[in-house]
Design a protein around this ligand. Sequence first.
Ligand SMILES: NC(=O)c1ccc[n+]([C@@H]2O[C@H](COP(=O)([O-])OP(=O)(O)OC[C@H]3O[C@@H](n4cnc5c(N)ncnc54)[C@H](O)[C@@H]3O)[C@@H](O)[C@H]2O)c1
Length: 236
Amino acid sequence: MVTGAARGIGAAISAVLAREGATVLGVDLPADEATLGATMSDLGGLVLPLNMCDTDAGQRLAAFAHGQGKSIDILVHNAGITRDKMLRNMKPEWWDSVLEINLNAMVRCNQQLLEDGLAANARLVCISSVGGIAGNAGQTNYAATKSGVIGYVDALSKQLAGTGRVANAVAPGFIETQMTHAMPFVTREVARRLNAFSQGGLPVDVAEAVNFMAGPLALGLGGITLRVCGQSVVGQ
Ligand SMILES: NC(=O)c1ccc[n+]([C@@H]2O[C@H](COP(=O)([O-])OP(=O)(O)OC[C@H]3O[C@@H](n4cnc5c(N)ncnc54)[C@H](O)[C@@H]3O)[C@@H](O)[C@H]2O)c1
């Protein structure tokens, strides 16, 4: 199950997991149902239009998977947004909306699914950001959530220890997607040049790391955050 699967990093994660043999259940906002449908149809995946901020999102994911005769073996929390402003100009609703989708929705969904709906040996992979390690001017809300994801998987993995389920995070650097294409030109160019390749990363770079976290090769990992940033100097 991949949230924010219609496009960008979520679509790439879905494609890589499908390549490895998973039946992907793609979740995205109802407004993006057509894009999600097109992405999933290429992969033979299942489509669930759902706002992850809905307070019963976890229960609806579980009910949908159950209705399809599937168990949730891999859960990738990828859905996320930015609402950038310097803190002094930050509207309360921008702060709240970023906190809500990037962090609160993930925690609430997991609480519901851990009660009922996840396979016994499920892998949880949460998408953080190098911005959550380094912070970034104008992204206090975003950095707070992505830093929160790192702490959350650390805490959750201790709670899950010995249960057969594991939680880890992936922290991408600058990746070429619709999210980063909305950045101002100069900021975007600088962000591209801060890594060892002097270029933006691709969604598939993150997807391959998520696939590793979700697969048997990562059996010994729990509570860690893996940077996928082309050795970006940000936060090093
Ligand atoms: N692009 C980058 O450079 C970068 C870097 C670090 C981390 N990330 C993180 O990776 C993830 C994916 O980013 P992206 O660049 O592909 O972004 P994107 O904007 O291209 O895609 C995000 C997807 O999430 C979906 N989404 C947003 N809110 C949702 C909600 N409430 N319910 C369901 N779906 C929702 C959107 O509709 C969209 O399809 C995000 O969590 C982002 O913070 C991205």
